[in-house]
Design a protein. Structure first.
Length: 732
């Protein structure tokens, strides 16, 4: 049994090792080819005669980048030279030539600039990671990420066609293909793609890719060696890679930094900053894209720190800033690679750099190019064609547009356009979300103030003149404009007051303030009042709305909706002379003598505003009668303080706990300076003995009062159901 297990373990280990080896060779060869191209791009034009120095620097960057996965949480990560940063640095070289003159632009001068740029970028990456800002990339919309991945697939296809037959997916490439449409090497690469696609149904890509590549490599080499095909179409240069020219290396410690003047450095600073910005953006977008592609979540700040460290190491050895590569990481993952394959890929790059590049002469372009074409087409299919099943039409259009822009103008243009389009779509979509979560009037939604029946009838009859709107979400010019549209639709000749509740608004943009100002100015001549209910977060923004003298008199601010409702009710009731009559808690007394007798059992007490008569949870044996002033019934829930009711002159409070002997369920506080009469249990017992009929009538009055309280509670619950949270006066 143990021998069987050992054999199985050996077989599994061998399979893993073979996959890692094949993946490392494939990724390494790909890195070598890209490094040669990027080095040639870096030292073009004025430095074209010194391109071997740039290729060496690119190869060193590729070596360090291949080891990226070995020190990362994701072992398939491959870093290295990147087209985005290389393009910007190449532009910097051109700018440097115009600053110092093309004749003064030496290899030393250029490499000093590249070294300083790489070190500065590394410091920026490390600082941002230390501040834990890398996670902001996760706010980039899915369509932008999908467009980025589809664009990566397109560029892989373009690079593959350029490797195979020097006909990239561009206008010049199309013109070259039209001029010479017959390319047997391209046909062979398409056969490789078809074989990979067909066999992938039964064989895993990790095993299939090296199998197909080895077969294609052996087949082409045997075919060319057979002599059956002659002429230019069968030449070695058409089918095989060329070896790397003699490498030239100038390490950083041998550079002459005195040649770089402060004035020159200041002139180059914008380009250095641009390289850092482009590199950072590319890293974060690549990470977000790989999270989506690999269905994993990475520690973005840690990966950014690793970039900073590897950039410093690579620069110290004579390379430059390396960037996480989506294409080479995808290639490594698809071929079953990991940390070991990265080490092998680094060895391939090192061997090519120190003289082993002659092995490249036996690698067919059509084989490696066919693999890249297969992976690129797969990415385009996955992130563009397959998205038609789940993405919306606008998202598909955005993905296609980003792909088109990247293909023609590069990653940065496509990414920037994607963000702009996403912002426009977000603003448009957000503006369509219902802004008003509650639209009612005072005949339906009333405050927690306990009012007599005839006052409630007045509010029900005339409350439609008080409009109430509860707003939600974030206020910017788009959403604020909808408030302006609501105000235009109102007939202000019959409206006394508009209450705008901002308690569910998360923030107010300065552009929204301008819209509110125009709305208020339009109605400045109207007698209509505007009540703004704010939170601590929105208070400052609302109170900074510029108001002229004609507008200020009709604008009022309240910390909770309940207070705004109370003020609107008071204003409405003041217009009705008969509304001042109140129901008195002593109405059950039938004569002045009974009134005098009942009060003899009560103790008068003068309380100041804010003074607590009893607290929630306390046991109390007292009933309170409001002689003058008012009391607030407060309920505290967590960090919120809610006013359940406000009791004015003639009201009774505390009767429920008095009769049930339970703890107080709420706190009673004086809302203003008040005079209260207090009846305790001992006094009631003496009343039952001395004046039993009076005590009985009092008990009946308490029962009727409790019934009224229950009715108000039901109405309050109904109001909460209509209005949602924070309607009832709760405050932080």
């Amino acid at each position: 049994m143990s021998n069987t297990q050992n054999n199985q373990g050996t077989t599994a280990f061998t399979a893993v090792l073979v996959r890692q080896l094949s993946a490392g060779v494939i990724v390494g060869l790909s890195a070598v080819i890209y490094s040669i191209s990027y080095g040639a791009l870096l030292f073009s034009e004025a430095l074209v005669t010194s391109v071997s120095f740039a290729i060496t620097a690119a190869m060193i960057t590729a070596i360090i980048g291949a080891l990226f996965g070995a020190i990362s949480e994701e072992k398939t990560f491959i870093s290295g030279p990147d087209s985005n940063t290389i393009s910007v640095m190449a532009g910097s070289m051109a700018a440097l030539a115009s600053i110092v003159g093309s004749t003064a632009l030496t290899v030393n001068f250029a490499l000093v600039t590249v070294t300083l740029t790489s070190i500065f970028s590394a410091l920026v990456f490390y600082a941002l990671a230390g501040m834990r800002l890398a996670g902001m990339v996760r706010y980039i919309p899915f369509s932008v990420m999908a467009g980025f991945l589809a664009s990566t697939g397109w560029l892989m296809c373009s690079g593959a066609l350029n490797i195979i037959a020097e006909i990239p997916l561009s206008v010049p490439g199309l013109e070259a293909f039209i001029a010479q449409p017959f390319h047997p090497e391209l046909l062979f690469s398409l056969v490789v793609v078809a074989a990979l696609q067909w066999l992938s149904r039964w064989i895993s890509t990790a095993l299939l890719i090296p199998l197909v590549l080895i077969t294609a490599t052996v087949g082409i080499n045997l075919f060319l060696a057979s002599g059956l095909c002659t002429g230019d179409l069968c030449s070695h240069e058409t089918w095989m890679f060329s070896g790397l020219s003699d490498a030239q290396w100038l390490p950083p410690w041998q550079l002459d930094y005195s040649a770089l003047r402060i004035t020159t450095l200041m002139q180059m600073l914008p380009s250095i900053l641009m390289v850092s910005f482009v590199g950072l953006l590319t890293i974060l977008i690549s990470l977000a894209s790989l999270e989506l592609s690999l269905r994993k979540e990475f520690d973005l700040n840690r990966v950014l720190k690793i970039h900073a460290v590897t950039a410093c190491i690579g620069t110290f050895l004579g390379g430059f800033l390396g960037i996480l590569s989506v294409g080479r990481t995808t290639l490594n993952q698809a071929t079953g690679g990991g940390a070991i394959s990265g080490i092998i890929a680094a060895g391939i790059c090192l061997a090519a750099l120190i003289g082993g590049s002659s092995a490249l002469a036996y690698v067919p372009k059509a084989a490696l190019g066919g693999l890249l074409l297969f992976l690129g087409l797969g990415m385009i299919k996955q992130w563009l064609w397959d998205q038609r099943k789940s993405a919306t039409g606008s998202e598909l259009a955005e993905i296609a547009l980003i792909l088109t822009l990247v293909a023609n103008y590069g990653y940065l243009v496509g990414f920037g356009a994607g963000l702009v389009i996403s912002c426009i779509i977000f603003i448009t979509t957000y503006s369509k979300i219902p802004l008003v979560s509650l639209a009612t009037d005072l005949s339906v939604l009333t405050s927690s103030v306990v009012r007599p029946t005839h006052q409630l009838e007045i509010l029900r009859s005339h409350g439609r003149a008080i409009h109430i709107y509860r707003l939600r979400g974030y206020m910017f010019f788009g959403s604020a404009a909808r408030i302006d549209q609501i105000s235009r639709a109102l007939d202000f000749s019959v409206i006394d007051c508009v209450i705008l509740d901002f308690s569910e608004v998360s923030g107010i943009d300065r552009s929204a303030i301008g819209v509110f100002q125009r709305t208020l100015r339009r109605h400045s001549e109207s007698p209509c009042r505007f009540y703004f209910v704010h939170t601590p977060e929105t208070e400052q923004a609302l109170k900074t709305i510029p108001l002229d003298a004609g507008m200020k008199k009709n604008i009022h601010y309240f910390p909770v909706l309940d207070e705004a409702l109370e003020s609107a009710e008071d204003q409405l009731l003041s217009k009705h002379p008969d509304s001042g009559e109140i129901n008195h808690c002593f109405d059950f007394l039938e004569s002045p003598s009974e009134h005098t007798t009942f009060l003899s059992y009560c103790t008068p007490r003068q309380v100041s505003a804010g003074e607590v008569l009893c607290r929630e949870g306390e046991f109390s044996d007292a009933i309170y009668f409001v002689e003058s002033g008012s009391l607030s019934i407060i309920k505290v829930t967590g960090q919120l303080q809610r006013r359940l009711a406000k009791l004015s002159k003639g009201a009774m409070a505390g009767e429920m706990a008095f009769y049930t002997d339970d703890a107080r369920t709420a706190t009673i506080i004086a809302a203003e300076d008040s005079l209260v009469r207090i009846l305790d249990k001992d006094s009631l017992l003496r009343m039952r003995k001395g004046h039993p009929l009076l005590a009985t009538r009092f008990d009946t009055a308490v029962i009727l009062n409790l019934a009224g309280s229950l009715k108000r509670a039901n109405g309050l619950i109904a109001n909460w159901a209509h209005s949602g949270k924070r309607v009832d006066g709760e405050r932080p």
